[in-house]
Write a protein that binds this ligand. Structure first.
Ligand code: DC
Length: 211
């Protein structure tokens, strides 16, 4: 089973790089952020306060999350692909991701996914540090904050650059500051600053590292 763990803050290039690397390696790709977003989506949809730790934890255990090959995300039978990227879910997801019982449940699902798919390229915040400490390659992608904000604001065209930059800074602080599995660089991770690199260059570098 070959696992490539890709961690880093929002807008560092994780998704694009992970998807392309997976294709080149013939492995499947898992976006664990989409799983946390799916739980936040389910809470909002069921009228559950995202800050209600016990209720959200129960939801996390009960819901089905189907991450399809084509990028479609289906939560309890409902297509949530667009909504999980929307402003409401994005606002609610940090508190859901700080919930230890939710993390425990999603960690189990991520390990089961990898076993069922014979490994994969898996991206998130704690993949190399906590979920797959024995990954074949651990990568930490980063980029200057203004570059990450401008990448994100190109994806989310309905929000201004300032709003996106402020939201990114808020989520960085929450992801790095939470007590359970905060965003950290694993000691044995390859750290890549993607600010001035193309996707091709990054993928090439990672393929070289994998040998
Ligand atoms: O990568 P993203 O922006 O879609 O992630 C959504 C949120 O989920 C983000 O605020 C951090 C959190 N997350 C996490 O805590 N652990 C992961 N492995 C992946 C995402």
């Amino acid at each position: 089973m070959k696992v490539v763990a890709i961690d880093g803050p929002a807008g560092s290039g994780k998704s694009t790089v992970a998807r392309e690397l997976a294709k080149r390696l013939g492995l499947d790709y898992l976006d664990t952020g989409a799983m946390y977003r799916a739980v936040a989506f389910a809470a909002l949809r069921n009228g559950v306060d995202p800050a209600d730790a016990d209720l959200v934890a129960r939801l996390a255990r009960d819901i089905s999350i189907d991450l399809r090959e084509d990028g479609t995300v289906v939560v309890d039978g409902a297509d949530a692909t667009i909504e999980i990227r929307g402003p409401e879910v994005t606002r609610a997801v940090s508190i859901v991701a700080a919930n230890s019982a939710v993390r425990e449940e999603l960690r189990v699902r991520q390990r089961e996914w990898a076993a069922a798919h014979r490994g994969g390229v898996i991206e998130g915040r704690d993949i190399g540090t906590v979920v797959f400490p024995d990954a074949d390659l651990k990568v930490y992608l980063d980029a200057r904050p203004e570059i990450r904000a401008s990448r994100r604001s190109q994806e989310v065209t309905e929000l201004s650059y300032e709003t996106v930059a402020a939201d990114l800074a808020r989520r960085d602080a929450l992801d790095q500051g939470r007590s359970d599995s905060p965003l950290r660089i694993a000691p044995d991770a390859l750290v890549v600053d993607t600010s001035e690199m193309s996707v091709n260059e990054i993928v090439h570098l990672l393929l070289e590292k994998l040998g």
